[in-house]
Design a protein around this ligand. Sequence first.
Ligand SMILES: Cc1cc2nc3c(=O)[nH]c(=O)nc-3n(C[C@H](O)[C@H](O)[C@H](O)COP(=O)(O)OP(=O)(O)OC[C@H]3O[C@@H](n4cnc5c(N)ncnc54)[C@H](O)[C@@H]3O)c2cc1C
Length: 605
Amino acid sequence: MKRIAKIYRSDVLVIGGGGAAVMSAVQASRAGARVNLVSKGKAGKSGNTIMIGGGFGIDGEGAKEILGLPSNPESTRKKLFEKLVYSAFFLGNQKLQKLFVDKAPEAVAECLEWVKDSGSLFIYNPASSSWFTSGAAFGKAVARGVKRGKNIGLYEDILVTDIIKSDGRAAGAVGIDIYSGDIVRFDANAVIIASGGYQPFSVKNSNSDMTGDGIAMGLRAGASAADMEFLLHIGTILEPEYAKGSLLPFLLSMGTAPITAKMTDLDGAALPFPADKKYKTGPLTGKVNKVLMAQFYGKGIYEKFDTHGNAFYYDYSDYSDHEIREGFKKFADAHSKLHRDGYYNGIDLARLAEDIIKNKKRMKVTFGNEYSMGGLVVDTDFSVAGVPGLFAAGEVTAGTFGAFRSGDGLTEMLVHGWIAGKTAAGYAANTRPVSSGVEADAEEKAAALLAPFDRKEGVSPVEARKKLETICDAGFDFYRGGSRLEKAYAEITALRSGLDRLSVVPNERRYNLEWLNSVIVRNLALCAETGIYGALNRKESRGTHLRADYPEVNNREYLFNFIASLHNGAIKYDKRKPGSFYIQLDTENYPSVADFLAEKVLKES
Ligand SMILES: Cc1cc2nc3c(=O)[nH]c(=O)nc-3n(C[C@H](O)[C@H](O)[C@H](O)COP(=O)(O)OP(=O)(O)OC[C@H]3O[C@@H](n4cnc5c(N)ncnc54)[C@H](O)[C@@H]3O)c2cc1C
């Protein structure tokens, strides 16, 4: 019995519907390829691209020379490149970091054409050569971008599950049509994975797309993944419930906010941020605050995890009721061009101010996962190492940001897609179509997808996913320690090995969340296990990896990337020293992540 209901064919297949995918598709189609773009959500209405809280930028020289825009003479290509290398704690691929700087103006110029077509508001700030906008506006521009490519077939609401291969090459993918329940096959000469990052925690500041599908399907196809232990966190509201998941706290802690909270744990004990000027960020280094906050507040929160979880308070009790109301009103006014009057991303700020006042002037907050630095290992043409015909772009990759993303994820996705689309189209044009083995591989994968329907008893995919998040919340969150990591590692490996007993009870394939989760939990567990392994075995602190028991940045022993790959289903880990192509690797140790940042990033900027 054939399990594949439909087959679609193109030269290039792009997996994803965010900025990296759409840019890849547009560039591949411009280079003459017939392109199919297939996305779990809607193009321009899914992924992290529509969740953004601020904006994105490029260097000032590029803005002036290539885009003809006014810019800050202090913001040079050299400075941006150095900031990326140092903020990555030297773990980035310096060649990819150079491409990020050099190609960003051209890639952004293309995106600005989509912006013009869509009528979205992007506000340019010459001081930082960056554009401020909202997630909704960016999504609209991305949706418009698809239309600028020729010959792009758009397939939405399809969860791609696996890359299919022939003769050792990527030859397409299979996926589940979410609403019909059909298993569909996409044949192509070249495949670009642009499906975003992974977020294994229960608190979300994004939508539910970030399940590491692309990283996991790449690994299963023979690719490697690097830096999976590095996950960027940002202040995220826990209560009030209607504002849960908002990254407003981070914006409220930037120097420009009208009122500034003091931080306390849930018992009211102060979580101090040192007054020392060396930790002060500037207009080009604001993102460094994310890591500084996680380090300075993290230890106190970590120590009380058993009673309070990962929560803490933004405490406004130094202000009168009137000052709090006025402070939030001013914040709303400052954002009124991009958001509904009085609101920030759907949150009524006057209501929030009243609720804070009622709650003893406190807002309950945590650090939510915003971005994953780890992902598929790619070369400078965005081909995926180890799998001919496979390419990757955007947050699904590793190498641009190393241990900490201090540059813009949006710029990254545009640059990657800009290059990956062209190179994949070139590869597809110069390769004969694969013939043998595709059908057999696709049918085998389809059979594995359907297997949970045949088990009347076993592990519930939804329950397994909840368990996975609980494990990660307790042991793998923004602040880590040896014993909790050991427990998390033991639990995640046990959970992953139980996933071959997944059982889907409702026998209906259409929009079956249990079934979709049977795919997702397998992917997320693979990503989480590789991440926890790296975190456990990295006995130092570096970038966003903050350890209570090993606070030192240990360049002498730990300046390497953990690289994971799959061999007959088992994960193998290697260590690889990054290349010093333009800047020599650091050989000094630093007492803490904050000290490294103060010395190498903030002092230099
Ligand atoms: C709350 C928040 C705020 C942020 N703010 C900023 C900011 O201000 N500035 C900035 O530069 N960056 C910001 N970022 C990061 C930035 O949004 C991302 O780095 C960037 O959008 C990633 O783009 P992408 O195209 O690689 O992936 P995404 O935009 O995440 O897109 C992934 C796409 O792949 C699809 N997909 C996933 N799995 C599958 C599958 N199995 N099959 C088919 N399709 C699949 C999804 O549906 C989605 O369409 C923020 C992130 C978050 C979460």
